[in-house]
Design a protein around this ligand. Structure first.
Ligand SMILES: Cc1cc2nc3c(=O)[nH]c(=O)nc-3n(C[C@H](O)[C@H](O)[C@H](O)COP(=O)(O)OP(=O)(O)OC[C@H]3O[C@@H](n4cnc5c(N)ncnc54)[C@H](O)[C@@H]3O)c2cc1C
Length: 289
């Protein structure tokens, strides 16, 4: 199928892009890689009279290391992130998540900003942003703001952004010390969205006790979810005394709105999710030890 007719806009600055979207209101939409938006338009599940293409906004593209932060422009593609040596070294969880996203054609076009703005509950990058406490920079007619990932994801395809707000960049902290990171997901076919997934970041102190940790599940609730109650209980415990299988169950026990659909019942997803947490925890811990 083909999308309904729309007017195409190709602004050259973020301010111009924001101005266009706010001028046309609900009838306008930003388009970045088009990997989520175009399927919706071609299936006519969504219709917009104006599409504002972000591709020419060169200042939104690229990866910069700024002291203890790696700042990634919103229109940086998944592929660029996946092959960047600094990302692999300084934000390894992001690098490890990238090959799990779709297929290489999708990774060549899809963007980090598009993935976060689209906020699919089963997507990898929102889960990584939440795990690493990333900060999302935005621009709107009301100015710039920084939104913590913990505030950003509000529900199914819903974020804290206003419709005329543009993601400009995403800042990831560089975590120094005895850290381990892992992401695990279960899909029926390679490249599919996760039926259930988990991302873990864990830091150990000199005695191999948990100094801090983050455990995020995705595909198991309307938005990626941190298991903060479980994380808090783990702090201070000896890493080797923690039973990873018990941990998986404890995390999924916290979830109260696990989706049920043709890909799996809520009960099935919960059980698979527990296994993903167990695996991610064990792998992250192995790296930290
Ligand atoms: C077959 C297939 C398989 C896929 N598998 C996966 C997968 O396994 N995991 C996964 O995470 N994703 C998957 N995707 C989606 C892919 O990663 C998308 O690229 C991504 O979700 C959206 O990025 P995009 O740049 O293509 O955004 P677009 O499709 O251009 O836009 C998506 C939404 O975000 C908005 N938007 C885009 N950029 C911005 C911005 N800078 N500021 C504000 N709003 C913005 C748009 O207005 C639109 O609402 C898959 C896609 C396909 C087609």
């Amino acid at each position: 199928m083909k999308p309904a007719a729309f007017e195409y806009h190709a602004p050259h600055t973020p301010a111009e892009a924001v101005d266009l979207v706010s001028r046309f209101g609900d009838d306008a939409k930003f388009i970045a890689g088009g990997q989520s938006l175009m399927p919706l338009l071609t299936l006519r599940l969504a219709t917009f009279g104006h599409l504002v293409d972000l591709r020419r906004l060169t200042e939104l593209h690229g990866i910069r290391t700024e002291g203890t932060t790696v700042r990634i422009g919103a229109t940086t593609t998944h592929s660029s992130i996946g092959r960047d040596a600094d990302i692999r070294r300084l934000v390894p969880l992001l690098a490890r998540a990238t090959p799990l996203i779709g297929h290489f054609q999708i990774r060549n076009r899809g963007t980090l900003g598009g993935s976060l703005a689209h906020a699919d509950a089963a997507a990898e990058y929102p889960a990584v942003a939440l795990t690493l406490d990333a900060t999302i920079g935005t621009l709107s007619p009301r100015g710039r703001r920084s939104i913590a990932a913990s505030e950003f994801f509000r529900g199914m395809w819903t974020t804290a952004m206003e419709p005329d707000e543009l993601v400009t960049d995403i800042a990831f902290p560089v975590l120094h010390g005895r850290w381990g990171f892992a992401i695990e997901e279960f899909t029926r076919r390679s490249g599919d969205f996760a039926i259930a997934g988990a991302a873990v970041a864990v830091q150990l102190d000199a005695d191999a006790r948990i100094e801090q940790c983050a455990i995020t599940v995705f595909g198991l609730s309307p938005a990626p979810a941190r298991a903060r109650a479980v994380e808090a209980e783990l702090v201070g415990r000896a890493a080797t005394e923690i039973d990873a299988t018990d941990l998986g169950g404890a995390v999924t026990d916290l979830l109260d709105s696990v989706p049920s659909d043709i890909h799996g019942t809520a009960e099935y997803r919960r059980r698979v999710g527990a296994v993903m947490v167990t695996r991610a925890w064990a792998r992250a811990l192995k790296e930290a030890l």
